[in-house]
Design a protein around this ligand. Structure first.
Ligand code: 4NP
Length: 164
């Protein structure tokens, strides 16, 4: 079998959005019996939460939907991540800008919500996954729905072949 395709989900803190995206993608790939085709991880552009678990609200919304959110926060490492991961999903345009500034290959970085089929053709400013950190628990329900729709679209595209 070919080497697994590297998929890295990136947000700011790596405790709210990207660990949830990682867990949802793993869950959906496992459902499709395709998890062995992927090397999946998440990371943050910031360093504040490195070594800690995901935010309890991300763990709770995952659990409510039957998905365990277990990843431990780490910061993006340009020296290894840009080689290891052929597909890098930024949760918002700010995360995307940081990744490009740090030297991620332009063609490998995409906005997460580009893969939500219901947003096909949407303007880029509508594609951010909002940072739920400073809001209430309902923000996490909304983020979960956004990430699940995007994960399903991403998985469909990656299982069809290389991203256009
Ligand atoms: P995330 O949310 O980027 O979705 O993990 C945040 C978590 C923590 C902080 C910012 C955003 N923070 O500033 O500590």
């Amino acid at each position: 079998m070919a080497d697994p395709h590297g998929v890295l989900f990136v947000c700011l803190g790596n405790i709210c959005r990207s660990p949830l995206a990682e867990a949802i993608f793993i869950h959906r790939a496992r459902e499709r019996r395709a998890l062995d085709r992927f090397d999946v991880d998440s990371a943050g552009t910031g360093h504040w939460h490195v070594g800690g678990p995901a935010d309890p609200r991300s763990i709770a919304v995952g659990a409510k939907n039957g998905i365990a959110v277990t990843s431990i926060a780490r910061q993006v490492d340009p020296d290894t991540d840009f080689e290891r991961f052929a597909t890098i999903l930024a949760m918002d345009q700010s995360n995307e800008a940081t990744l490009l500034e740090w030297g991620a290959p332009r063609g490998n970085v995409r906005l997460m919500r580009e893969f939500d089929p219901s947003l096909a053709g949407a303007e880029r400013h509508r594609l951010d996954v909002p940072d739920p950190y400073h809001g209430g628990a309902d923000g996490f329900d909304k983020v979960f729905a956004m990430l699940d729709a995007a994960c399903l679209g991403l998985l469909d595209q990656l299982l069809r072949g290389p991203l256009a």
